[in-house]
Design a protein around this ligand. Structure first.
Ligand SMILES: *Cc1c(COP(=O)(O)O)cnc(C)c1O
Length: 359
């Protein structure tokens, strides 16, 4: 079996333990005589899977009973549309912090259904940092404040989250469960699963129960958080396979010692890579040091030709997914929870060799 070192931004690497467990259980889940994809979502076998997935998410993140944990479809992108529809009342304004491509997409979607205030934007600076607290122009009485806590394309993250009077809503797609956070600081947290916690086509939503009650009657039933909360994420047929894989990823997280232990590993991985980038003028990371992501590491080489050669030669050496997003160019290594330290070590060795030949 030949596995590559996978630096894909999403869908991204999954733990090998999870894949082999899923393989072993694929044709017969727990003596049911069928795969998880073939059983009724209303069966007791599947109920056990979704209950366990939810319990593990709650335990790992320390989520209280004040919050609902939902497994929804439509990815993080559907949340960009449904959050303003559900949480922003008639005539109310939602505040957004514009830190990059994903925050901008959320803003664009929210503008369609009502008032948006961009409380800060990093666009003119090229999205290389997050704002300081005193730079935010927040609205009195805002419905909520939306952030993208880790910008997957720009490679920046909030080292500390902003203080807001209105509920803080965070897109954590590319960093969920990569570091310890206090869920009680947020009104809502959401994430597409395919970066850190499972396959695509599944979104994890953690939402304070009082916010669920805000939804105006004009919102279609399917698009209301209340519909899914009242039905245990089984209002209609959910992504049963995705929820099952997410459950296995949660078991893998537990086996490593939980999020604090994984955070430590992540910080070590990121520090090793950034220190290589900082060690020479051949590499250049455009991001403000304090705001560097520990999930998506972006950097440049002296020329686009060298960047192209870097990506091509890395691929030949068994390292894939290193091309920066098409909108910004450069190099990006996505080093999510499931990317092992060995992959970073291999990448660093390759970089040193590449610099020697081309520097
Ligand atoms: C990948 C990503 C998304 C989009 O997720 P989909 O599941 O494809 O809708 C949104 N926000 C961030 C921060 C992402 O990294």
């Amino acid at each position: 079996m030949e596995r590559v070192y996978n630096f894909n931004a999403g869908p991204a690497a999954l733990p090998l333990d999870v894949l082999t467990k899923a393989q072993a259980e694929l044709v017969d889940l727990g003596g049911s005589g069928m795969s998880v994809m073939e059983m009724s979502h209303r069966s007791k076998e599947f109920q056990a899977v979704i209950d366990s997935a939810q319990a593990k998410v709650r335990a790992l993140m320390g989520i209280s009973e004040d919050y609902a944990v939902l497994f929804l479809q439509g990815g993080a992108s559907l949340q960009f549309a449904t959050i303003p529809m559900n949480l922003r009342g008639d005539g109310q304004t939602a505040d957004f912090i514009d830190t990059g491509s994903w925050a901008s997409k959320a803003i664009k979607e929210a503008k369609i259904s009502g008032n948006v205030n961009v409380a800060w934007s990093g666009k003119e600076e090229g999205y290389v940092r997050v704002p300081k607290q005193d730079e935010l122009k927040l609205t009195d009485g805002a419905a909520y404040v939306h952030i993208c806590s880790n910008e997957t394309i720009g490679g920046i993250r909030f080292p500390k989250f902003p203080n807001t009077d209105a509920p803080l809503v965070a897109d954590m797609s590319s960093e969920i469960m990569s570091r310890v956070i206090n869920v009680n600081d947020f009104g809502m947290i959401y994430a597409g699963a395919q970066k850190n916690i499972g396959p695509s086509g599944l979104a994890l939503v953690i939402i304070r129960k009082d916010l669920i009650e805000r939804t105006p009657d004009s919102v279609p039933i399917f698009l209301r958080y209340k519909t899914h909360a009242d039905n245990g994420s089984l209002y209609n047929t959910p992504n049963t396979w995705g929820i099952y894989i997410l459950k296995l990823v949660m078991e893998w997280m537990e086996s490593l010692g939980g999020i604090a232990a994984v955070q430590k590993i992540n910080e070590d991985k990121a520090a090793a890579l950034y220190s290589t980038i900082d060690s020479s003028d051949f590499w250049r990371c455009p991001v403000n040091k304090a705001d560097r992501s520990i999930m998506n590491v972006v950097w440049r080489l002296p020329s686009e030709e060298l960047e192209e050669a870097f990506v091509a030669e890395a691929k030949k050496a068994g390292m894939i997914g290193l091309k920066g997003h098409r909108s910004v160019g450069g190099i990006r290594a996505s080093i999510y929870n499931a990317v092992p330290k060995a992959a970073i070590d291999a990448l660093i060795a390759f970089m040193k060799d590449f610099e020697k030949k081309n520097g």
